[in-house]
Design a binder for this molecule. Structure first.
Ligand code: SAM
Ligand code: SF4
Length: 330
């Protein structure tokens, strides 16, 4: 029988998020600083061959799903080539990407041809001014065009990730609900988490999943979608009249750590067992020193054995990790 990673709390780990770069063409306020972000030097970033090797090893340990992320994955030079290499790794049944969408118009076809079938596009606001405030870039129209392009090439509905922040996007919940009702998009609201570079997160800015659903439900009634055996972080709701779906990723108010199936590989080759980990396992240095695949597999197994039971956002002892979301790979 083939190997399956299981952590010390009995959780099966089958999902690896691979950050392919810590660079980004946006500067979202909940993720990166406006200026002065210190990026990993180029030679410290995993090469395509190194990423592919690690995914291969992880697949031998039961990882069957990968998500390419960053920073912004599409800004990595020759990114479609990496997609092609990873699409050829045996055992990876599902490969997806999370993107800010800016380069999708240009790149969607190449990515599809390289073997990518699913994308999540991050879009927090439909208002150009709020978009400028949140991303510190004036690129809303390009993202909307990228999203439309994605409809032609990737599996529908396209998942649209919207970080909900009180004071910025609370007046747009119904606009997003309308988008879910009129376009082939599943809107997934994500609660704002303390992973911002500026350490400005505060609990009262978190628009909770419950509040979001209540406000949409009051206008367009929703019902929960039951998904047998699903370990997806999103709670799913559908409009009672059958027109579209809304997802909630309520990481702060209703943590789903008990069913977490993920680990993360940073662009500089560190394995992280939780978004909020305060430790990580360096795979790159030993790999570059010439260790075997079996040695690397052992390192992954020992890291998974230490996977945290859950995050401590709601505990007074919570410490924000040094890495920003962009440097972890969200
Ligand atoms: N650049 C790509 C993008 O924005 O989609 C991929 C990387 S980004 C770090 C991955 C996801 O994390 C995005 O959906 C983004 O909105 C989300 N994110 C970033 N910082 C966050 C925070 N502090 N709380 C909640 N979600 C966050
Ligand atoms: Fe870039 Fe994505 Fe972070 Fe925004 S959330 S700054 S697009 S990595």
């Amino acid at each position: 029988m083939s190997y399956q990673l299981i952590d010390s709390y009995g959780r099966t780990i089958n999902n690896l998020r691979v950050s392919v770069t810590d660079q980004c063409n946006f500067r979202c306020i909940y993720c990166m600083p406006a200026e002065g972000m210190v990026f990993v030097p180029r030679e410290e970033i995993l090469t395509f061959e190194e990423i592919t090797r690690l995914v291969h090893i992880a697949s031998g340990l039961g990882i069957s799903k990968i998500r390419l992320t960053g920073g912004e994955p599409t800004v990595r030079k020759d990114f479609p080539l990496l997609v092609r290499m990873l699409a050829g790794v045996p055992g990876i049944r599902d490969m997806a990407m999370t993107t800010n969408g800016f380069l999708l118009k240009k790149m969607a076809r190449d990515l599809r041809e390289a073997g990518l079938k699913r994308v999540n596009v991050s879009l927090d606001t439909l208002n150009p001014e709020t978009f400028k405030q949140l991303t510190r870039r004036d690129y809303l129209s390009q993202v909307l065009e990228g999203l439309e392009e994605a409809e032609h090439y990737f599996r529908l509905p396209i998942k649209v990730n919207a970080v909900a922040i009180r004071g910025y996007t609370d007046d747009e919940l119904l606009d997003f609900a309308l988008l879910a009702r009129t376009k082939p998009y599943q809107i997934r609201f994500i609660e704002y988490m303390p992973l911002d570079a500026d350490h400005r997160w505060s609990r009262d800015q978190v628009l909770t999943g419950r509040e979001i659903i209540e406000r949409i439900n009051a206008v367009w009634p929703l019902e929960p979608v039951r998904r047998n055996g699903s370990r997806e972080p999103a709670d799913l709701f559908r409009f009672v009249d059958g027109t579209g779906e809304i997802g909630l990723i309520a990481s702060v108010s209703e943590p789903f750590c008990g069913s977490c199936n993920r680990i993360r590989l940073t662009a500089d080759g560190k394995l992280r067992t939780c978004l909020f980990s305060l430790w990580e396992t360096d795979l790159k240095t030993p790999m570059r020193m010439g260790v075997t695949d079996d040695d690397l597999a052992e390192m992954i197994i020992s890291a998974v054995a230490r996977k945290e039971p859950g995050h401590l956002i709601n505990d007074p002892s919570f410490v924000q990790p040094e890495r920003t979301m962009s440097a972890i790979g969200g």
